[in-house]
Design a protein around this ligand. Structure first.
Ligand code: G6P
Length: 610
């Protein structure tokens, strides 16, 4: 997830582009850059780190001109560095891009063979070179872009300018957002509306497969094939702050609803559905190394720890490898017996959590191999790891993690399927069906988010005054119960317990009275019968039962006060769905209480102390 912005008109564009990028920094902030046409040539300035670094570069080397593009980056291919920052230039072409090009390695090899000089590690530079090659054949900019995009597979929103065509930018989109802002004798484009609102509230929201030639006086939208399209102009009434949150009241709510997209981006280019395989180049383990794995240690903190707990289940059930779940803060101090043949999977959204970093380092020193799952390219934990398997959820702003949790589940599931298909634990047919199932998850998540939102709002309203809440789950839904309780605690300050349903009788059952809401995760999986008994035990003691169950489960309806339904799916995918109403429940309770949802008291997004 990156932020892109473009301008064509009469004003000096650099300040407009910088202002737009500032409003898009929530989309990424590891490096930034501008390319401006000064009337003779393209001038590019880029800088690593926050936008202020780019601003100070530009104050040294001012950029004059009224056609330009700007980008704030959240790395997906290639670590944050000046050379990997956008815009990328090839010949007379400059490109900014938000998205992930799936076939970029293949395209890169072809370009290199044909003599292109590729200097960065990014997928975006490939697009610049493809357009440049077509432009060299004499094609106009829009035709060169069109020809290049026919070769590209994946997600993109791009803005392209050329040294030889001083009056236009060419934009195109597929699966990444792009909007055009309409001014008076000037036009804009950006990833998102907040970047435009200072200048105009008239926008055209492009759809997948659209491309447009944007000049100061005209916006011509076509399909990739060149067929003209008419898109409505919308008048936006949001304030700039609302726009940054895409109209949601808080970043957390926006991020909850972003999860299907976050999973799609994390799966992108990694599910080879044609051959029924996971593409695992980044995993960096040879077949022999996989077969030699004796034990897996999953190490993490906080929400990432609950994702790790799901990972333990996946690695044992699918890959049949002994797996230990470890709190990073405990692991190191215990002086664990670990060494060669052990694989440590270090899971950290930020990639900077000190306890996880130290645990991973200690394991590496003892001879174990370390793979990290992180959302921040080039962060500390990936840097010390033998390999990194990134989530591509985009920056998470809400302190309470939501989209990174489900993105971590998808990465863990892919990793375990990959290992299972290389150590012979799973047959090809089963691998294929898991891959097909995983590809369906984002759509099922959309259905759950839309289908359960209003019911969950009502539940949160009804139980907002509850002093305690108990969450019960088994198997793959135990980590979800724990995560649901953590979410409620951290943002609404309500005491909540997540418990293994079967353990309730050994303690928490004493808490139950008529005032206690008990949220029971009882979907139709291989634990349903046993969890159902625990639900009845709680019910018999007067608890208010809110069940999260599979649609049409009349028996569960009959024994619960409320039922939140999820679609029927295989065991492995259920946590992706059951966690959604729990995130929404925590959010709405906190919102009704009026807490600071995005920055709850006493918490920090990244914890770099022991
Ligand atoms: C903090 C955050 C949590 C997060 C935990 C681990 O406590 O508030 O949301 O789950 O750190 O962070 P990590 O970046 O390592 O996943």
């Amino acid at each position: 997830m990156c932020g892109i912005v473009g301008y064509v008109g009469k004003q000096s564009c650099a300040p407009i582009l910088i202002d737009g990028l500032r409003r898009l920094e929530y989309r990424g902030y590891d490096s930034a850059g501008l390319a401006v046409h000064d009337g003779t040539s393209l001038k590019v300035v880029r800088a690593v780190g926050k936008l202020r670094n780019l601003e100070s570069e530009i104050s040294q080397r001012p950029l004059a001109g009224s056609l330009g593009i700007g980008h704030t980056r959240w790395a997906t291919h290639g670590r944050p560095s000046e050379i990997n920052a956008h815009p990328h230039v090839a010949g007379k072409i400059a490109v900014i891009h938000n998205g992930i090009i799936e076939n970029y390695l293949k395209l890169r090899a072809r370009l290199v063979a044909s003599g292109a000089r590729i200097v960065s590690d990014t997928d975006t530079e490939i697009i610049a070179h493809l357009i440049d090659q077509h432009a060299r054949r004499g094609l106009a900019l829009e035709d060169a872009v069109r020809a290049a995009l026919k070769e590209v597979e994946g997600a993109y929103a791009i803005v392209v300018i050329s040294e030889t065509e001083t009056d236009k930018m060419v934009v195109a989109k597929n699966a990444s957002p792009l909007v055009i802002g309409l001014g008076d004798n000037e036009n804009f484009c950006a990833s998102d509306i907040p970047a435009l609102l200072q200048h105009t509230n008239r926008v055209i929201i492009l759809e997948d497969g659209d491309m447009a030639v944007v000049t100061a006086s005209r916006v011509a939208i076509t399909t990739l094939e060149g067929k003209a399209i008419d898109r409505h102009t919308k008048a936006i009434s949001w304030s700039p702050v609302m726009a940054e949150k895409a109209g949601y009241k808080h970043f957390m709510l926006k991020e909850i609803f972003e999860q299907p997209r976050a999973i799609e981006d994390t799966l992108r280019g990694r599910l080879d559905r044609e051959h029924g395989e996971i593409s695992g180049e980044e995993i960096g383990l040879s077949k022999q190394e996989i077969q030699d794995i004796q034990r897996i240690y999953l190490v993490a903190c906080g929400t990432s720890y609950y994702a790790a707990m799901t990972g333990q289940y996946y690695f044992e059930r699918l890959a049949r490898i002994r797996s230990n779940l470890e709190l990073a803060s405990e692991f190191r101090g215990r002086d664990p017996v670990i060494g060669e043949g052990d694989l440590v999977v270090a899971i950290s959204q930020s990639g900077e959590t000190l306890d996880t970093l130290m645990a991973a380092k200690a394991a590496k020193e003892k001879g174990a191999k370390v793979i990290s799952i992180s959302n921040v390219i080039g962060s500390a934990i990936p840097r010390i790891s033998d390999a990194s398997f990134y989530t591509h959820a985009g920056p998470e702003i809400g302190v309470a993690s939501t989209k990174c949790f489900t993105a971590q589940l998808s990465a863990l599931l892919m990793l375990s399927i990959y290992i299972a298909s290389h150590n012979g634990a799973l047959e090809a047919k089963r691998v294929k069906s898991l891959i097909e199932g995983l590809a369906r998850v984002p759509q099922q998540m959309r259905e759950v988010l839309q289908g359960t939102r209003q019911l969950v709002v009502n539940l949160a309203k009804r139980y907002v005054e509850a002093k305690d809440v108990l969450f019960l789950g088994r198997g793959l839904n135990l980590p979800v119960a724990l995560e649901g309780a953590l979410k409620l605690k951290e943002i609404s300050y309500v005491h909540a317990e997540g418990y293994a349903a079967g353990e309730m009788k050994h303690g928490p059952i004493a808490l139950i009275d008529a005032n206690l809401p008990v949220i029971v995760l009882v979907p139709d999986d291989d634990c349903r019968e046993r969890t159902k008994s625990n639900l009845q035990e709680a019910k018999a003691r007067g608890a208010k039962i809110i069940a999260v169950a599979t649609e049409g489960d009349e028996e569960i309806h009959g024994m619960s006060d409320e039922v939140v339904e999820i679609p029927r799916t295989d065991n492995e995918f259920i946590p992706f769905l059951t966690v959604l109403p729990l995130q929404l429940y925590a959010y709405y309770v906190a919102d009704f209480k009026g807490t600071d949802v995005d920055q709850p008291r006493n918490l920090a997004k990244t914890v770099t102390v022991e």
